[in-house]
Structures are given as structure tokens and as C-alpha cells.
Design a binder for this molecule. Structure first.
Ligand SMILES: [Cu+2]
Length: 112
């Protein structure tokens, strides 16, 4: 009964305020993915960038997926162009994968 009432209220609200309903729907659609991405990313500070070598030195927080404690270390980047989005001293968050023992940053962005 409560579900039916909620559905009636929601559909009534949607009909009465299409703009609001659309905004809410768009937010609900993108939010879960955003939250999951943020949770799987690791916080770090950029210490050094070597664009020609495609490498970046990060002082990073523990990375559970790689069983790694917090440390400062060098990573390869999947694409050197990724290094254009960050600079030394930036607080960032990133994801890294182990490609045959070679740790590679697959995504990096400035921390929000
Ligand atoms: Cu490390």
C-alpha cells in the first residue's frame, strides 16, 4: 500500500514538475557510477612528471586492489596525454593496474 501511494505521489510530481523530474532522473542515472568510480580511485599527490618517458611519480594512499601500502613511487601512464591534465604538486585521484608487473595508471584526475 505504501509503495502504491509512493508511486502515485511520484507520478503526480513528475507530471506537475517535468523539469524537476527530469533533473532528478538524470542525477540518479549518473550518480551510482560516479560514486563507484570515486570509491575505486586512490588519492595521491603528484611529485614528478616525465612526459617523454610516459611516467609519473605519485605519493599515493594505500591501493587495496594492488595490495599496496601508502608510498611514493613511479607509475607508467597508459597514455602520455593523460599527463597534460595534472601538474607537480596537484592533489589527484587515480586508478592503476598491474600489466605484467608493470604498474600503469589508467585514469588520473585532479581531486575534487
Ligand atoms: Cu605504490
Amino acid at each position: 500500500m505504501r509503495l502504491v501511494l509512493a508511486a502515485m505521489v511520484l507520478s503526480g510530481l513528475a507530471a506537475a514538475t517535468p523539469a524537476l523530474a527530469q533533473g532528478t532522473e538524470a542525477h540518479a542515472a549518473h550518480h551510482p557510477a560516479t560514486a563507484a568510480d570515486a570509491a575505486s580511485m586512490t588519492a595521491a599527490v603528484v611529485r614528478k612528471i616525465d612526459r617523454s618517458a610516459g611516467k609519473i611519480t605519485l605519493k599515493h594512499e594505500p591501493i587495496a586492489s594492488l595490495d599496496m601500502t601508502a608510498m611514493t613511487m613511479v607509475f607508467r601512464v597508459a597514455d602520455p596525454a593523460m599527463l597534460d591534465a595534472v601538474k607537480v604538486g596537484d592533489a589527484v585521484r587515480f586508478t592503476a593496474e598491474s600489466n605484467g608487473g608493470q604498474l600503469t595508471v589508467t585514469r588520473i584526475e585532479k581531486a575534487p
